[in-house]
Design a protein around this ligand. Structure first.
Ligand code: GLA
Length: 360
């Protein structure tokens, strides 16, 4: 039987962090790094997975379809996919799949969403599944929520499945509507991985999510999205830490709207200012940054061509995104990573540097 080859990209979020599971706005874009799946239907009912990125003893995982069980391993994202697809009535047969990825694991750049989306694209093609790109994104989120145990929102899966062509996606997560937004041509986008490992299935992410739910209970709303930035007085009356958690979400939603306007007006200074405000809010109110990420942001802000910088993704490690004047990003990234590596015992990696950093 013929082998199908599919892929899906990782993402960087420009702004709108921890807003997606609160029904809010996000502005992610795909990055050039991708996960590639080569899949061959084999007949029978067994799935055999191999990762081209891991050492041999961790690289192979095999299981019987219908007997998926969480193993705390990379293969869980695939097991979740086959289990949920079957639960939705899609008929799969046995297969072998080879997975290779250039999206670094634990970088906060959605290696897991890229794997879920690439795998569903491969299964869609191999088994002629009637699945559209939004359905793939929604199922990917459910894999995380229901199988892996990470209560993530829809952002990563949506941008991996529906983004690309050098544009960011402005998503309203309340109704899944989205619009392509292109950064002005005179900007450089830089993404640097701090080397501090991020995970959504660690405790911090899910704790933040339940804090938001508690805040909703006290505010009498279903989602924090329902609280506009003019309603902050109510938020200020909440007990700590719910006050700061909710304040982050409410102000961050407004920053996404302001960022989209700044982009349409070509106002990069304003967009940079919003990046910095977003970072401070994640650091002080949402408390999802770490000292190494703060150091990277601080070093970035010391660069004359830089408009703004912030932690991107779920946090507790991961990567930063920098917005810089065109032609200045690559050299700034070199200086920032050199200064960082001289101060901390982590190895930073520049993943994107240059003209809009886009996946063109
Ligand atoms: C992770 C999740 C997303 C989103 C971000 C934070 O990337 O997968 O759904 O919540 O964190 O903005």
């Amino acid at each position: 039987m013929k082998t199908v080859t599919t892929s899906a990209p990782g993402r960087v979020n420009l702004i709108g962090e921890h807003t997606d599971y609160n029904g809010g706005y996000v502005l992610p874009m795909t990055i050039p790094q991708r996960t590639v799946v080569e899949l061959k239907a084999t007949g029978g009912g067994r799935a055999t997975l191999r990762s081209g990125n891991l050492p041999e003893h961790k690289a192979v995982f095999s299981y019987e379809l219908g007997r998926e069980a969480r193993a705390g391993a990379w293969a869980d994202y695939v097991q979740g996919v086959t289990k949920l697809l079957a639960g939705e009535g899609y008929i799969l047969g046995g297969f072998e799949a080879l997975v290779n990825s250039t999206v670094p694991i634990g970088s906060g750049l959605s290696s897991s969403a890229a794997l879920e989306v690439a795998m569903m694209r491969a299964l869609r093609e191999a088994f002629a599944l009637d699945l559209d790109d939004l359905a793939i994104a929604k199922l990917g989120q459910r894999v995380e929520n229901e199988f892996v145990g990470a209560r993530v929102g829809i952002m990563d899966q949506m941008v991996s499945s529906l983004g690309g062509d050098g544009a960011a996606l402005f998503i309203d997560t309340l109704d899944f509507s989205f619009k392509r937004v292109t950064l002005p041509a005179d900007t450089d986008l830089v993404v640097i991985n701090s080397g501090v490992r991020h995970s959504n299935s660690g405790g911090g992410y899910n704790t933040r999510r339940s804090e938001c739910e508690q805040a909703c209970g006290l505010l009498g709303v279903k989602l924090l999205r329902e609280v506009p930035s003019t309603g902050l007085a109510r938020v200020e009356a909440l007990p700590e830490p719910l006050r700061r958690r909710a304040r982050h979400v409410v102000t961050e939603n407004q920053r996404v709207l302001d960022a989209v306007r700044a982009i349409s007006e070509g106002d990069m200074k304003e967009l940079g200012r919003l990046f910095v405000e977003s970072h401070k809010s994640m650091r002080d109110d949402y408390e999802v940054s770490v000292p190494e990420i703060d150091l990277l942001v601080e070093l970035a802000l010391g660069e004359s061509g830089v408009y703004g910088a912030r932690l991107t993704g779920g946090g507790f490690g991961g990567s930063i995104v920098i917005l810089a004047r065109r032609g200045t990003g690559a050299a700034a990234a070199e200086r920032i990573t050199r200064a960082y590596a001289a101060k901390v015992p982590y190895k930073p990696v520049i993943l994107v540097s240059g003209e809009q950093g886009a996946d063109k």
